[in-house]
Design a protein around this ligand. Structure first.
Ligand code: FE2
Length: 292
């Protein structure tokens, strides 16, 4: 007998949060939810039509022990880091950054003719053995991300993982993540199977729909739902269609010690990071930052 379909276990409406130098965003889950979403640590959705709510951005700040994944839906975000990467990510682009042992970067939303900014930042944990690895940066422009049609008029943009035999370009990540942007036609049903034992969650973007199981009520735009244990994921779009993020990964089951943008396994490692930030020894691998 196959496992039952995964149903909604917990719902997270998102909490208005002021982050960076004064960016208004909605935080879906964070350190209060550890270890529910293991290996995922945090999901922020930024979205505003008022540049004053985002232009302050996220000036130079450190990360260690995690991967940060930025997915821009609308607007433009300029970035730069101590590996020497810099550029602008725009609508449909993804930045998958492994902070490893330490990176310092900035993420600055830009003013443009379109005042609207929208997107996500997801934090993916690194296994203990990879927390002090060499930092790595992947920038993927929208055309590099495959969009696979579904059977009934929808599509799946595959950032990481496999859908319909198509593998996303982000590969070799320790927690074996899946990251899909799913669009379903009105009433369309979508079936997909995460690996057994992997964590899975969804975040409503536009329209509405639901998942199989006892809590089959509609998932609203901006709402995050953690899917419980089981086998496949079955989503059904409402009458207006549904667009949602679907994310899955291998849980690490390791201790989490978290201080701001640094997530390690022990308090001693956090103290060491703080010491190194003060002494200037935090960044282990550096190329000069190129100012644009
Ligand atoms: Fe950051």
């Amino acid at each position: 007998m196959s496992d039952p379909l995964r149903s909604i276990d917990r719902r997270f409406p998102g909490v208005p949060t002021l982050e960076g130098a004064g960016v208004r965003l909605r935080r879906s889950f964070s350190n209060n939810e550890v270890p529910l979403f293991d290996p995922f640590l945090l999901l922020d959705r930024f979205g505003s039509a008022n540049p004053e709510e985002y232009l302050a951005g996220f000036p130079w700040h450190p990360h260690r022990g995690i991967e940060t994944v930025t997915y821009v839906l609308d607007g433009r975000v300029a970035h730069g880091d101590t590996l020497g990467n810099s550029g602008v990510i725009g609508p449909g682009d993804v930045q998958w950054m492994n902070s490893g042992s330490g990176i310092v970067h900035q993420e600055m939303p830009q003013r443009s003719a379109n005042p609207y900014l929208a997107g996500f930042q997801l934090w993916v944990n690194l296994p203990a053995a990879e927390k002090m690895s060499v930092p790595a940066y992947r920038g993927l422009s929208a055309p590099e991300l495959p969009v696979v049609p579904t059977d009934a008029g929808g599509s799946v943009k595959v950032v990481a993982g496999i859908y319909g035999g198509v593998e996303g370009p982000v590969r070799g990540i320790p927690v074996d993540p899946t990251y899909f942007d799913v669009r379903l036609a009105p009433g369309e049903r979508f079936d997909w199977s995460p690996h057994a034992g992997y964590t899975a969650f969804a975040h409503g973007i536009d329209g509405a729909g639901g998942f199989a199981g006892p809590d089959a009520g509609s998932v609203a735009p901006g709402e995050t739902v953690l899917l419980g244990p089981g086998g496949g994921v079955r989503a059904t779009a409402g009458p207006d269609g549904w667009r949602f993020l679907l994310v899955s990964g291998r849980p690490l089951h390791e201790p989490v010690a978290w201080y701001g943008p640094i997530v390690m396994n022990t308090r001693e490692q956090l103290a060491e990071a703080a010491r190194e930030l003060r002494s200037g020894d935090f960044v282990k691998h550096r190329r000069p930052v190129v100012e644009e």
